[in-house]
Design a protein around this ligand. Structure first.
Ligand code: PEP
Length: 254
C-alpha cells in the first residue's frame, strides 16, 4: 500500500478578519487535537497568517497561504513573496486556484513560476487544476488537465516535485454545491497519477498526494476518501466553520 498521509486543507479565501481567523483556528485546534493520521492545513487570508501561526504553533494544524509572487522581493506593489510567507509561519501555499486564474488572469506560465518559487523556498505547493463545465461537457476534461499539468510542471525534475500536492478541482464544482461523484473524481485522479508517472516516473506517481476539491462536506468526504487515488481534500466554504471542517478532517475510513 502506498504511504500517502491524507491531507485535508481549508481555503478560507477572502473571509475572516484577524480576530475571526484566530478564533476559528483556536476552535479547530481543540476539535482536531487527537487527530494524528491526517494532516490538517488552513489557509487564511494574508493579513491573518502571522496571528494564526502564533495560535497554531503548538498543535498539529499547519498553515498555508492562498497565493504568492515568484520573486523573493522587489517593486511589486500588493504582492507577497515566498520568503515573507515562510517568515509568517507558512508550510504550504495554494497555487493556481481557479479563482486566481478566472478573476486575476493567472496563466499556466505564472503558475509554473510560482511552483518554482515555492519549491525553492521549501514551501509545499498545492497545485490546482480543473476543467470548466463547458470543457467537461464537450469531452475535453482529460486534454485540459493534461495541458495544465504539463505547463505547470514544465522544466521540473522528479526530485524538485517530491513534496508537490496536486488538487483536482473541477471548476463547475467549486462553491456551487455540485460535487463530482466519487467515481468521476477517482477517474480523473487515476489519470493524473498515470500522467505524473509518464512524466516523472513511478516513484513520484506513487508518492504524490492528489486532493479533490469542489463542494466537499462532512456528508460526502468519506465516500471520496474511500477511493484509491484520492488522498485528501481542498475545502473552501465548509472550512470556514471549525466544527464542520473538523468533521471533514475526521472522515470515516473505509
Ligand atoms: C476551493 O475554494 O478550493 C473550493 C473547493 O471551494 P468549495 O469547497 O467551497 O467548493
Amino acid at each position: 500500500m502506498p504511504n500517502r498521509k491524507p491531507l485535508i486543507a481549508g481555503n478560507w479565501k477572502m473571509f475572516k478578519t484577524c480576530a475571526e481567523a484566530v478564533e476559528t483556528a483556536k476552535q479547530l485546534m481543540e476539535l482536531v487535537a487527537e487527530v494524528s493520521d491526517t494532516e490538517v492545513m488552513i489557509a487564511p487570508p494574508f493579513t491573518a497568517l502571522y496571528p494564526v501561526a502564533n495560535t497554531v504553533k503548538d498543535g498539529q494544524v499547519l498553515l498555508g497561504a492562498q497565493n504568492l509572487h515568484w520573486e523573493k522581493e522587489g517593486a511589486y506593489t500588493g504582492e507577497i513573496s515566498p520568503l515573507m510567507l515562510v517568515s509568517a509561519g507558512c508550510r504550504y501555499v495554494i497555487i493556481g486556484h481557479s479563482e486566481r486564474r478566472q478573476y486575476f488572469g493567472e496563466t499556466d506560465e505564472d503558475v509554473n513560476k510560482k511552483i518554482k518559487a515555492a519549491v525553492k523556498h521549501d514551501l509545499i505547493p498545492i497545485f490546482c487544476i480543473g476543467e470548466s463545465e463547458q470543457e467537461r461537457e464537450s469531452g475535453q476534461t482529460f486534454s485540459v488537465l493534461d495541458k495544465q499539468v504539463k505547463k505547470g510542471e514544465e522544466r521540473f525534475f522528479a526530485n524538485d516535485l517530491k513534496t508537490l500536492v496536486i488538487a483536482y478541482e473541477p471548476v463547475w464544482a467549486i462553491g456551487t454545491g455540485k460535487t463530482a461523484t466519487s467515481h468521476q473524481a477517482q477517474e480523473v485522479h487515476h489519470f493524473l497519477r498515470s500522467l505524473v508517472g509518464d512524466l516523472f516516473g513511478d516513484t513520484l506517481a506513487t508518492s504524490i498526494r492528489i486532493l479533490y476539491g469542489g463542494s466537499v462536506k462532512p456528508e460526502n468526504i468519506s465516500e471520496l476518501m474511500a477511493r484509491q487515488d484520492i488522498d485528501g481534500a481542498l475545502v473552501g466554504g465548509a472550512s470556514l466553520n471549525a466544527e464542520t471542517f473538523s468533521k471533514i478532517v475526521q472522515f470515516k475510513r473505509a
